[in-house]
Write a protein that binds this ligand. Structure first.
Ligand code: 0GY
Length: 296
């Protein structure tokens, strides 16, 4: 089965930016290998193999310390590749799973023991047929007692449709990739204003300031500069509720495959002080995913 998107960068650069000790990649994935962990029949794309060993190699190459592995749609609600990676990480990875409303308490307990700390609700129409709100609500109520959170992925134009549902969720809620703003629109336009309101009116909401490569019109040649004002606004206004991640192995990137080292070098453009960098890369992800542990 051939991958229908670009394969991850074969030789990412070593970042120039000096990461704070204990930095966490809080958004990345493992894919397969398909021979061991087959992709879901209902998937909307077929990725290349990108197993745990390659992820650990990248982590060490970039100078990162820990990973949060997020279940991607190509594995559906089959979390075996994720659980296998968590077991292999020796405590250096936590997970965000995908579950159906039929999940049993025993399955949730096994996921919790494996290091899963949240579930992902995906509303991006090109990626999934989203579950009905009733199912999602039921899942939310089941995972809340475990102390888990919910990761939501949606496109900016759809936020108003989901706003009421999102703000009624009973847990901490983490938004992927700043809710995918249209960065060609003005920063004070209605879509991004609504996203900022979501964060300012609801202190259980966090945001990942990840994926400039998915949002930028100027691309890597332009240093993803057009994304900077948006991400910087989020980091500076909600410094205790932001996370960052590589998004390796970059599923569905059709235009270019980012150099992960350059993605690390993007961080000081959006978190401009050592304090903001430490919160974004260490303090915040540690509080959410390793509340019991020290950063190193
Ligand atoms: C991401 C982004 C994408 C894919 C998925 O679960 C997924 O398949 O999240 C995307 O295509 O925008 O966060 O990895």
């Amino acid at each position: 089965m051939d991958p229908d998107w670009l394969v991850f960068h074969p030789e990412p650069s070593i970042p120039e930016f000096k990461l704070p000790a204990g930095a966490v990649d809080a958004h990345c994935h493992v894919f397969g290998p398909a021979g061991e962990f087959p992709f879901a029949p209902e998937r909307k794309y077929t990725p290349c193999d990108a197993g745990k060993d390659k992820l650990w190699t990248l982590r060490d190459h970039l100078g990162l310390h820990r990973n949060v592995i997020v279940q991607a749609t190509c594995h559906g609600a089959d979390n075996r590749a994720l659980v296998d990676a968590l077991a292999d990480s020796r405590g250096k990875a936590r997970g965000v799973a995908t579950v159906r409303a039929s999940v049993t308490d025993e399955e949730l307990k096994l996921l919790d023991n494996a290091g899963v700390r949240g579930v992902r609700f995906n509303f991006v129409k090109r990626l999934v047929d989203a579950l009905p709100f009733d199912d999602l609500q039921r899942i939310a109520e089941r995972i809340a007692p475990l102390g888990w959170h919910i990761v939501i992925y949606f496109e900016a134009a759809d936020l108003s449709e989901y706003y009421e549902f999102f703000t009624a969720l009973p847990t901490t809620v983490v938004v992927d990739h700043m809710g995918r703003p249209d960065i060609t629109a003005p920063i004070d336009g209605p879509d991004f204003e609504l996203f900022l309101r979501l964060l300012s009116d609801n202190d259980n909401f966090w945001s990942k300031v990840s994926c400039p490569e998915r949002l930028s019109g100027v691309g890597p040649e332009g240093g993803y500069e057009d994304v900077v004002p948006f991400a910087r606004t989020v980091v500076e206004n909600f410094s205790d509720r932001v996370l960052w991640g590589t998004d390796w192995p970059h599923p569905n990137m059709k235009t270019h495959m980012p150099d992960d080292g350059k993605l690390v070098d993007f961080v000081p453009k959006i978190a401009v002080t050592r304090e903001l960098q430490r919160k974004l890369l260490v303090d915040n992800p540690m509080r959410l995913y390793w509340p019991e542990g020290s950063a190193l």
